[in-house]
Structure formats: structure tokens, C-alpha cells
Design a protein around this ligand. Structure first.
Ligand code: MLT
Length: 256
């Protein structure tokens, strides 16, 4: 049997999902700037579900068939014409998203999620970012204790290329999963990590671009470490993301 430390790997994009799918695993999809952070925020603020879709047109027709739905997402970082929301997590306040289903399309993250739909039933998918790192690590540690599979942290990246924001987040998650101690960073550690992550995020190509087009507050927001216990679960069969009721991978599997 492999040691726990050997059961955590980091992958990239669609190939990362394909690689992970070769064996039983829990996949954590990370797109710090900004789709994962937006999904986590929407679910934390009471959205019923997020429905990731590849194409803009497809999103429009799905939204028409779902009651209480909103259209959200971006192209080139900005809100798509005719959509209710862009991809700024700061737009997804409880006033706006509570009790709503959000049909969501973004440049990179929704492509990775689309690939996850083809995964075998045994594989579970979660959404991760800096915002939910503590709860995510708790969930991952429980998975390693209870299940035989591995953890695959898949960075959404940018057009198939790795991006330092996702890589940093993936490495932090991996290190925390592998450490024996608490799953949660201490308050001091949170402050230190948050300022490091802001420095890194604001210096990435996409971080700089977002700041240029007026979203520096998003970059700042997405740099925050461990602000929520919400770990969104992607239900591959139905193609929707929602809050997990039980943190146990075993329980969720039995519910399927
Ligand atoms: C994406 O999925 O490509 C990103 O979340 C883009 C963005 O920052 O809006």
C-alpha cells in the first residue's frame, strides 16, 4: 500500500483530469483567478447550484430551462453581453445569488470541469482555492484515511499552460495534506500566506491583466487564505456543483 504522502499528485488542465481518471481518486479542481474562487463564494453565499457549461449559447438555453437561474461567466475576463453576472467573486453576494441556480461559463475552468463529467463514477470532484484551503485539506485527509484512491489536485491553468497562482495553491494544499498536524493554518500563518499569495497572484500574467481591466480587488479577494468551510462538490452525473452535505467521501459515494 502506498504511503499517504505518495498518494497526492498535482496535474494540469484536461490532461491532468485524464491522468487522474486512470485510477480511483478525489480530484480537486483549482482555478484561483478566478473561477474556483467565484464558485466557492457563490455556494458560500447560498447559491443552490452552479452549472458549468462550455459554450455561451448552450449556457443561454440551459438557463431558460431552469427556474430561478442566473447566467454568469466571462470571456477575456469580462462579463458576457446579456449575462447577469461576470466572473468576479465580489458580484456573487448573497443578495444576488441566494437560492439561485447559476449557469456558468468561463475560459479555462469550465473546460476542465467538462472533462470531469467523463470520469468514472468512482472519482469524486471538489472545487478548491485559497479561500477554502483548510476545509479542503480536512476533506482530503479524511478521503486518504477512508478510501484507497489518491488525491489529484488539478490546476485549471491558462490555455493549457501552468499558472503560478494555481501552482502555489496546489502546492500549499499538497503540503498541508501531507503534514501530520492540524488541517487548518494558524492565524499568523494565514496572514503571512495571504500576503505572499497576493504578491504572487498580482504578478502573474492573468493577475496583471485582471488589475489592468479593473479587477485588482478580485486579485486581493482571491489571495485570502482559509476564509470559508465551504467545499463545493461537482456532481458529474448531473453536471452541477453544490455544497457538500457530508464531508465524508464514503458517505457521498454511498448516496450515489
Ligand atoms: C477562467 O476560467 O479562465 C478564469 O476564471 C478567467 C477569469 O479570471 O475570469
Amino acid at each position: 500500500l502506498k504511503k499517504k504522502a505518495e498518494r497526492v499528485i498535482i496535474g494540469l488542465g484536461i490532461e491532468g483530469v485524464e491522468e487522474a481518471a486512470k485510477s480511483e481518486c478525489l480530484i480537486i479542481v483549482v482555478d484561483v483567478l478566478r473561477a474556483s474562487s467565484t464558485i466557492i463564494t457563490a455556494i458560500a453565499n447560498g447559491a443552490l447550484s452552479i452549472i458549468p457549461t462550455l459554450k455561451i449559447q448552450e449556457a443561454g438555453s440551459i438557463a431558460k430551462s431552469i427556474p430561478k437561474s442566473l447566467l454568469g461567466g466571462e470571456r477575456k475576463g469580462v462579463r458576457i453581453p446579456g449575462f447577469d453576472l461576470g466572473n468576479s467573486p465580489l458580484e456573487y453576494t448573497s443578495n444576488v445569488v441566494y437560492n439561485r441556480n447559476i449557469v456558468f461559463t468561463t475560459t479555462n475552468c469550465t473546460r476542465v470541469l467538462e472533462k470531469c463529467k467523463q470520469l468514472p463514477l468512482l472519482n469524486e470532484v471538489r472545487i478548491g482555492a485559497f479561500l477554502n484551503v483548510g476545509a479542503l485539506v480536512k476533506e482530503a485527509k479524511r478521503y486518504l484515511d477512508e478510501e484507497e484512491g489518491h488525491i489529484s489536485i488539478v490546476q485549471a491553468g491558462s490555455h493549457g499552460k501552468a499558472s503560478l497562482d494555481d501552482l502555489l495553491c496546489a502546492e500549499i494544499i499538497k503540503t498541508m495534506i501531507q503534514s501530520e498536524g492540524e488541517h487548518r493554518p494558524t492565524a499568523d500563518m494565514r496572514r503571512i500566506l495571504s500576503s505572499i499569495s497576493y504578491l504572487v497572484l498580482s504578478n502573474t500574467k492573468h493577475g496583471k491583466y485582471l488589475s489592468e481591466i479593473g479587477f485588482d480587488n478580485d486579485v486581493r479577494y482571491c489571495s485570502q487564505i482559509d476564509t470559508t468551510d465551504v467545499v463545493p462538490r461537482f456532481e458529474k452525473e448531473g453536471g452541477t456543483i453544490s455544497r457538500i452535505v457530508s464531508c465524508s467521501a464514503k458517505t457521498t459515494k454511498q448516496q450515489n
